[in-house]
Design a protein around this ligand. Sequence first.
Ligand code: ADP
Length: 400
Amino acid sequence: MYILVINGGSSSLKYQLFDMDTRKVLAKGLCERIGKGGRMRHNAVGRNKLEFDIDIPDHTFAVRLVVKKLTDPQYGVLKDMSQIGAVGHRVLHGGQWFSESVVIDDDVIAAIERCIPLGPLHNPANLMGIRACATVMPGVPQVAVFDTAFHQSMPKSSYIYAIPYKYYEKYAIRRYGFHGTSHRYVSGRLAEIMGVKPEDFNCIVCHLGNGSSLCAVRGGKCFDTSMGLTPLDGVEMGTRSGALDPAVVSTLCARLGKDASYVVDQILNKESGLLGVSGISSDFRDVNAAADEGNERAILARDILVHTIRHYIGAYAAEMGRVDAIAFTAGIGENNAALRENVTDTLGFMGVKIDKVKNLNPDRKEELEITAPGATVRTFVIATNEELMIALDTERLIKA
Ligand code: ADP
């Protein structure tokens, strides 16, 4: 079976086509600047890469374009559209309704709509992708895979904020957590690699990319995670502050004469994090290079990242009482050996010790154990693969 995985953003649509017999990607690409011009990138196995400007007025046009390229005699890999057995969608917010992936029907669409106040930027974009596929590929089953679903297993003490309980009851204000598909994939791979049953196993997954979150996985299920009601909470990120005293918001509002939504949406979400502290870039590679050259603010931004990651690892170890493994994943976690070394440097007290040479990953392995002899907690680098997870969920639900 061939499965198309779609990640719909407000002005972009990313796609990957999987052959589920081999679990390999046959083609992938991106439509961007939708509604504001348009550009497409398309790359299929054994074909020349394509990149071109084209007017893409909406998501339906983008999906038509994707199907056209996938079935193109010169650039495609399919004979015709009917070979696409199902479509799997990444959906940001499933609120409290979804603790796992589901086949999309009218009720599911209505529930994703009800979650728009919780994911105002992403859920409408995800819905545009879903509706576009329904228009272009009528009758092809579609599955929604939620970023929040894996975290629905958290105990109440992890997800209830210590604010008046009525706001949880009235407005569902609570910790939800994100990157759930990545945390599920990586923790599942860890259990497989270590040859243990997920239910007997505790780990901490550090997903460190532009957006970053840590997840404490106890007995194969999410026990706690660092992102909250929205993806702003937790560790320092590219442009997001991570956790801070909420009184920072009211103080900045008063000083700047701005309202809370400006401070939160603009300053804390877009101007903070690595970018805000370093004044250089939101990209860790740039900040790291500047820090290596001695730039003090870049060093500070990098130190804060290390500090906040350790902070959550320590908290999760204390909460779970036992940690069998730690994994680093996503852009920074997979690629930056120095950061992994710095983070783990103080964790010897809890049994974490890494092999500094293996940690350099000279062969650029996608899955690598970096545990040093004598460690009681094993440490790994695992390349995340949210798209494969979405394709696997889609296949399983369609076959069921
Ligand atoms: P997203 O959250 O957008 O999916 P990614 O997982 O792609 O993000 O991670 C992006 C981050 O990873 C950026 O900060 C980038 O600097 C960092 N990154 C990517 N490659 C490297 C590398 N080779 N060394 C250090 N950092 C890297």
